[in-house]
Design a protein around this ligand. Structure first.
Ligand code: NAP
Length: 277
């Protein structure tokens, strides 16, 4: 019989010394996730691309919570973005982040007729390739710096209820998130035992693309609870995943049950007032 010393001992949680990297952390869900981690005692590496002023405001809110926040600018569509971003993080905090939340994403409207190589490549670059390479690069860092860190580090890939509830709208975006969703279990296997990999699938939380406010107000209730999804609740699910070492290779669906309400089109087009792309 195997002795207990042959099994990995989980590290105690030390949130006070933990950094989380949140991509696209300046606004909307990324801001909520950054604040939720800060409220839970984490320090935040807040990535942004264009939203410098909003990122500074988020950093101010995190400082007011008594946590540290460092701002890091990067275009995640570039081929070397993952390695460059982790190098920038290392320059700031001299250690690998304990958690990476791949939240930044491109969400441009198209369909099978209008999708082309460029739209697919753009969505894959930002939504799939860089998140996957960030996770791989984190695992390499953790293996080098703290090989006995069994599951203390984790990567959370932001997905979408769309990947569990398909319709043909937002074709390039959906394919890029489907690839990321299919990679969750694969990457959890590949990066074990040092790094856990989980998915987090929200539903409609924010007005996006061509959507009108009136359309959003109606569409945001198209879920089992018939009320808007609270982004702060989704953000708390990210913290829960990061702090619960039992979770690995799975996806948490935080969408008021929207994935159980099938529609023939994206909910914003199913409402009828928004023009199809
Ligand atoms: N919004 C929803 O209702 C909804 C529903 C389901 C799932 N989701 C998922 O939840 C996550 C957050 O959604 P969201 O609506 O809050 O996101 P968002 O506002 O559409 O995008 C978040 C951030 O991504 C950054 N970004 C986009 N392209 C980038 C690039 N090439 N390089 C670097 N940064 C880039 C932008 O940063 P800058 O502003 O700094 O340029 C942007 O602020 C996404 O992964 C999304 O797929 C959202």
């Amino acid at each position: 019989m195997a002795g207990l010393d042959q099994y990995p001992v989980q590290s105690a949680m030390h949130p006070s010394s933990s950094w989380v990297l949140v991509t696209g952390g300046a606004t909307r869900l990324g801001r909520e996730i950054a604040l939720a981690f800060a409220r839970a005692g984490w320090d935040v590496l807040c990535h942004y691309r264009h939203s410098r002023i909003a990122a500074e405001a988020t950093a101010g809110e995190i400082a007011a919570l008594g946590r540290q926040c460092r701002l890091i600018a990067a275009d995640l569509a570039k081929p070397d973005a993952a390695q460059d971003l982790l190098s920038l993080c290392a320059a700031e905090v001299h250690a690998a982040p304990r958690c990476i939340v791949n939240n930044a994403s491109l969400f441009d409207a198209d369909d099978a007729a209008s999708a082309n190589a460029d739209s697919l490549q753009q969505h894959f670059a930002t939504n799939t390739i860089t998140p996957l390479l960030l996770a791989n690069a984190l695992a390499l860092q953790v293996r080098a710096q703290s090989p006995d860190s069994h599951g203390r580090h984790c990567v959370i890939h932001l997905l979408d209820q769309k990947v569990h509830n398909l319709n043909p709208d937002y074709f390039s975006y959906t394919v890029s998130k489907l690839a990321l969703e299919r990679s969750v279990a694969l990457q959890a296997q590949a990066l074990a035992p040092q790094v856990r990999v989980c998915g987090l699938s929200p539903g409609l939380m924010y007005l996006s693309g061509p959507q009108t406010q009136e359309n959003f107000d109606r569409a945001s209730r198209v879920n089992l609870l018939q009320q808007p999804i609270d982004p702060a609740a989704v953000a708390r699910a990210a913290v829960f995943i990061a702090e619960n070492t039992a979770l690995n290779g799975c996806t948490v669906q935080a969408d008021n049950g929207q994935h159980l309400v099938p529609l023939a089109r994206d909910v914003m087009f199913a409402m009828g007032e928004n023009p199809a792309p």
